[in-house]
Design a protein around this ligand. Sequence first.
Ligand code: C2E
Ligand code: MG
Ligand code: MG
Length: 442
Amino acid sequence: MEHLPPTETEPAECACAYNAPQLLHDPLTGLYNKNGFVTHGNLMLQQLAAQGRSTVLIYMELNDYDGLICRLGYDASLVLLTTMRDRMQEVFGTQALLARFDSERFAILLPDGHIGIEGTIHALEAPLRIDLTNYHLSLSCGVATSTDPTDNMDMLIMAARSAKQDAQRAQRQVGWYADDMRRRLARQRAIEDGLWFARDGSGLSLVYQPKIDIRAGKVMGVEALLRWRHPELGAVSPAEFIPLAERTRTILPIGEWLLRTTLNQKYIWRRDGQDIRMSINVSPLQLETVTDEASVLETMTRECRRLDLRHEDLEIEITEGLLSNAEVMGQVRQIARAGFGIAVDDFGREHSALSLLVNCPATTLKIDKSFVDNVVENERQLAVVHFIVDLARRLGMETVVEGIEHLNQLVALADAGCDYGQGYFYYRPLNPDQILELRHRH
Ligand code: C2E
Ligand code: MG
Ligand code: MG
């Protein structure tokens, strides 16, 4: 392919206060910045597509950049960046469009010529020698190829970036953007867009899964579980949309809606003659975001006062990971002091540091489903359940076992002394009328 000179598109005189070339270039390295990269990249994409050729975008990140800067000192860090630039120019040649996005992130756009990416990265990672000391460099990369003439630079950058993130999660150096990733990203984007419209509760609903007193066989309470119908995608599982709602912070208005709706539901059940204990899942972000007007505690206290509900009939479920977050636990302690119950959800699934239970204000431990799955076949699993139940009892907490699906699991768990059970063996999540009917029967 012909060398593609980056035709400068800046107007000769810029009306704004900044120096125009800087709007398209990174001032430290002289490479394109993101803006310049996108502008010229789109041109290059079009030119190559017109020739029936595909284009490759490599997104690169220097690992441990902050550590490197600390070791190098701020001035020498400029040497690092310019060295990276020189090496990139050398290995990718003049046909490539090179950019530095921000601190440690670089991008390269070049015609698809089947470059050996691993060897190329190896050359970029050669140690940096300053004042007789070698500094070792390491890169993480994502690669995306465009073969579709309707692709644009935004899509390609996002694709290469998520390929890099996937690689980092899998502890690999290079990630390749595959077609199923394209579908996954499009779905993620559709979910994030849809969640924006769900802020006021549109498309959201709640189901309630009974918690059963294992010895008495009675429904002692319910856990509220969120359901969402996306306008185009249909029903989306909370396991999929809640992490995205957290990422985009739409979990905050949704969480507020959820608290108001569940407390209102509790009020309606009581009006219809059934006082049912309610547990509500609360996301970490809701507990981190506390202002004078809005917090989980404020909403719950206000709604309880309005609807004349008792605090002790309500419980929030937090994940065990939060126990080590001092700031959030301060909030949780205040919620506990106000008389609301606190349950630690999915206990034992990840890193349960037992020391964190010493000062934990929780009233309930919910033993994770993963313990239940093999509790019959695996004696050691059962031994751990016995241990958790005993520990909880000594700490004055109750235990709920999640995800009971079979009678023989229930028998083993009852024998271990678990207080309450929840799972498909008893009931799947039900709608509000079914809960009422169930309570009338019990
Ligand atoms: P979780 O709070 O641990 O909820 C239990 C999940 O296990 C629910 O899935 C429930 O339907 C499912 N489950 C219950 N019994 C069984 C069983 O016997 N077998 C199996 N295989 N599954 C069972 P769901 O409703 O899909 O929720 C998944 C997760 O999404 C929840 O886990 C919770 O972390 C989150 N979530 C759900 N609703 C909310 C909410 O209102 N707010 C927040 N922040 N998170 C929520
Ligand atoms: Mg839960
Ligand atoms: Mg759970």
